[in-house]
Design a protein around this ligand. Structure first.
Ligand SMILES: [Mn+2]
Length: 334
């Protein structure tokens, strides 16, 4: 790391242009997502293209908790991110206006249905302001209300979903809003188009729960199939499945091997690595990516911070995809 670039006085013009007034020392100041300005009041969202939003909720987990602490942890780890995407040559901050919109305010933390409804209400506000949301969870149950809010405007979404689990399970103990089922209900409600959905990295003993994915024609790429196809094959398949329509990218950190993401609620051994994840995400360039999330980072199980760091790298990659989609294919560095 060039120490010159991190000095506030005398910071190179190029860096100033990329970071605006956020070009101070990376480790100083209040941590915000990707060091974007904090705009918690919906009245301040005029002109914002992409909103980075925390959903500090893990009331729907089936095993180890802690993802409610994800947004703050990811904010902190995201201060390690740079402004430039080495892989694609994109400088997203130059393409779009982005801000940290704070965390979704929740009151129904002891009432699952109420919390899910509150999240949907908040994303209705985000969508009404013309802001494309990129979310840090939270457990995976939060994606359903986000998709509901988006789909009211876009119609049924396509999805590229990285995960060890399909999350299309049935009700558990009489409840639908556990974190193993959001995409079942999104499909049932018409917010998610199963024919335009691809689920990548699936593995582990919960396979019998995912019959719904096959019944509805979702494309499931198990981890052994991923390696058999190779990354170019997976990318080609994902692009073919989602096509040109509005598409959501959902990244559960447990899709990564636990070596890279031990800090999560339901780790599954034998996943893809961080390099492969970045290649697959970069392979989605040019698609109509309207929103995304990174979920299931559980800081209490992440004492080294590595899960948060890897999670926020994926958030940055999705941010770059969304920035290019918003800007119509420009790179921002020319
Ligand atoms: Mn998962």
């Amino acid at each position: 790391m060039s120490s010159d670039e991190d000095r506030a006085p005398g910071v190179p013009d190029e860096r100033k242009a990329a970071w605006g007034d956020r070009h101070q020392l990376r480790y100083s100041g209040v941590a915000t997502f990707l060091r974007r300005p904090l705009l918690e009041n919906p009245g301040d969202w005029d002109g914002i293209d992409i909103g980075l939003i925390g959903v500090p909720f893990d009331g729907a987990v089936t095993n180890r908790p802690g993802a409610r602490h994800g947004p703050r942890h990811l904010r902190d780890q995201s201060t390690l991110m740079g402004a430039y995407n080495h892989q694609t040559g994109v400088t997203p901050h130059k393409l779009v206006e982005a801000a940290d919109l704070g965390d979704v305010p929740l009151e129904g933390v002891y009432e699952l249905d109420r919390a899910i409804a509150e999240i949907e209400d908040w994303y209705d506000k985000v969508c009404a302001a013309g802001v494309a949301p990129l979310t840090a969870g939270g457990d995976h149950s939060i994606t359903l209300p986000i998709m509901r809010a988006l789909a009211k405007r876009t119609g049924p979404l396509g999805m590229v979903h990285f995960d060890a689990h399909c999350d299309t399970g049935p009700e558990l103990f009489g409840h639908k809003h556990h974190h193993g089922g959001p995409f079942r209900w999104a499909v049932e409600e018409g917010a998610l188009d199963p024919k335009r959905s691809v689920q990548i990295g699936i593995r582990g003993p919960t396979e019998p729960l995912w019959a719904f994915s096959y019944e509805r024609g979702m494309t499931v790429i198990h981890i052994e199939e991923l390696y058999a196809m190779g990354l170019p094959g997976v990318i080609e398949k994902a692009r073919e499945v989602v096509g040109d329509g509005p598409t959501y990218v959902s990244f559960d950190v447990d899709g990564l091997d636990p070596v890279y993401a031990p800090g999560t609620g339901t780790p599954e051994v034998g996943g893809f690595n961080t390099f492969e994840a970045i290649q697959m995400l970069c392979g989605l360039r040019g698609l109509n990516i309207v929103a995304g999330d990174v979920v299931e980072v559980s800081p209490p199980f992440d004492p080294s911070g590595i899960t948060g760091l890897n999670g926020v790298q994926m958030m940055f990659e999705i941010y770059c995809l969304m920035a290019e989609a918003v800007a119509g294919g420009k790179k921002g560095n020319d």
